[in-house]
Design a protein around this ligand. Structure first.
Ligand code: MG
Ligand code: MG
Length: 259
């Protein structure tokens, strides 16, 4: 049985979620051809600390940076590096904070300059699948309803769901119960109860769903080396409609990047 959060805990998680949301925007407005992912990491690290929080990924199981920066065929957990972003790339930025004893965790995949039509579609469909998942994150449903919503949506476009990684509960720990897979069957999985705080984070491949772990033990790549996108938001399970804690409002206007 997963314990729901109190409203006091939810307020602390909301504060984290806002810092993370703003950090993603600070990074996103600097994403451009010619910029290295290490420079973007520095921006995030500084911004998080300026807001009184700690970058929670840094040192997590030995992770070396504030952000996961996953370019093109890297699904998640890429290290920031001296790789110079180039026109047509995509970069998934995953950010975590620790503030007042609670965690924030959200992600956004940014296009670098102009991307080709299929890549644009991958980004749009992956983000839309996240909102499909959020729609299913209501009290009385189960985690399988979220996974089903994400999976059926992305597969209808011919894209595929990475199954080795999943969303999760969020609280004092960055990864709490329940696991929230991005595939599944309606009416299966953990019961969703009002007040549960979860991160929903579809990781969607343009090609096949196969992935492998890089030799550094962290970066997850697509087996076919086609692109992969990742969007993550934190929500509170409520009756009727989930409440979003993190948001893309600092990045987007009317669903489009607005810097
Ligand atoms: Mg994350
Ligand atoms: Mg997460």
């Amino acid at each position: 049985m997963v314990k729901p959060k109190t409203e006091e805990e939810i307020e602390l998680l909301r504060e984290n979620a806002i810092i993370v949301s703003k950090t993603l925007a600070e990074v996103g407005r600097r994403v451009a051809p010619g910029v290295t992912t290490l420079e973007l990491n520095r921006v995030a690290d500084e911004f998080i600390r300026d807001n009184g929080a700690i970058p929670s990924f840094l040192g997590y199981d030995g992770f070396p940076a504030a952000l996961c920066m996953s370019v093109n065929d890297v699904v998640v957990h890429g290290f920031p590096s001296d790789y110079v972003l180039k026109e047509g790339d995509i970069v998934s930025v995953d950010c975590g904070t620790l503030y007042k004893g609670y965690n924030g965790d959200s992600a956004y995949t940014f296009p670098v300059g102009e991307v080709d039509a299929e890549t644009r579609k991958l980004l749009d469909v992956t983000k839309a699948s996240l909102y499909k998942g959020i729609e299913a994150a209501v009290a009385g449903n189960r985690t399988g309803d979220i996974g089903y919503a994400v999976q059926t949506y992305v597969e209808s476009f011919g894209f595929s769901v990475v199954r080795e990684l999943e969303g999760h509960g969020l609280g004092r720990e960055m990864h709490e119960e329940p696991g929230v897979p991005n595939y599944g069957r309606r009416g299966k999985g953990t019961h969703l109860v009002e007040g549960m705080v979860i991160c929903i984070e579809p990781m969607i491949n343009a090609g096949g769903r196969g992935v492998y772990l890089a030799r550094n033990g962290w970066a997850v790549h697509t087996s076919d080396h086609r692109k992969s996108a990742h969007y993550e938001l934190t929500v509170v399970v409520r009756k009727g409609r989930a409440e979003q804690l993190s948001t893309y409002d600092f990045i987007e206007k009317d669903g489009k990047i607005n810097f």
